[in-house]
Design a binder for this molecule. Sequence first.
Ligand SMILES: Nc1ncnc2c1ncn2[C@@H]1O[C@H](COP(=O)(O)OP(=O)(O)O)[C@@H](O)[C@H]1O
Ligand SMILES: Cc1ncsc1CCOP(=O)(O)O
Ligand SMILES: [Mg+2]
Length: 263
Amino acid sequence: MPDWGAHLSEMRQRAPLVHNITNYVAMNVMANVLLAAGASPAMVHAVEEAAEFTPLAGALTINIGTPSGPWVAAMEASAQAAQAAGLPWVLDPVAVGATAFRREIGARLLALGPAAIRGNASEILALSGAAAQGKGADSADPVAAAEEAARALACSTGAVVAVTGPVDYVTDGARGWRVANGHPAMPRVTALGCSLTGLVGAFLAGAEDRATATVAALAYFGLAGERAGETAAGPGSFQVALLDALATITPDALTAGARVQAA
Ligand SMILES: Nc1ncnc2c1ncn2[C@@H]1O[C@H](COP(=O)(O)OP(=O)(O)O)[C@@H](O)[C@H]1O
Ligand SMILES: Cc1ncsc1CCOP(=O)(O)O
Ligand SMILES: [Mg+2]
């Protein structure tokens, strides 16, 4: 098994600038998650500047949670800029199965070569063209039901695909892992999936093996959730404790606490 903590150590040494085009809900919590982890977030979505900004960063993340025409234009321009610069970019297909608009955006972004795709089971199913039962931004499908779709998506796009839920599944089409870290309070705080997508971007910046870097990001976030769950009194204090845990988890603690199995 790879040394998961080494990925955290490398990310902190690089302290990458991560360019995020995310949704209105996630902006603040996602930026705080990236700062707590040791990366530098920048939320830059105006079509007038997004593509110019992208090459300044170590990675780009694109989240379709609250889309509108001009934002989608910025997403496509930045994804193209990332492709041209050889930078990894991560797609978060929030509620992609809910409307025709989102399905079209998802398909257009998929064609622009994401290095990784991170979504819940309903989103990964919908993005792959399979039937999904998503409830808005929340999943209504089990992770296991999306594993085949994830492998197909990885093979057809070349991206690492991460399906999150109680036990996460990650695949690059050839290899697969299950990540059991996490806490049941996590889906009760908004934008934690979006924030995790930002962390995947941070771990991918400069990484040699994008699949194991993605697994490490998921294990790290899940472990922070476990730590936060030890002290939190409810969703509010959980969010605060999660930031503290992200800042205090060491690479050695991640190596010891990661509950990852090859799948
Ligand atoms: N029931 C659960 N138990 C433990 N961890 C969970 C659970 N549901 C989600 N998580 C964790 O919450 C984080 C966000 O995942 P998820 O809720 O699937 O994303 P989204 O918010 O995009 O739907 C991931 O780290 C995932 O492992
Ligand atoms: C509630 C909501 N509505 C549109 S985007 C969004 C945030 C979704 O965040 P996450 O996918 O991390 O739960
Ligand atoms: Mg989400």
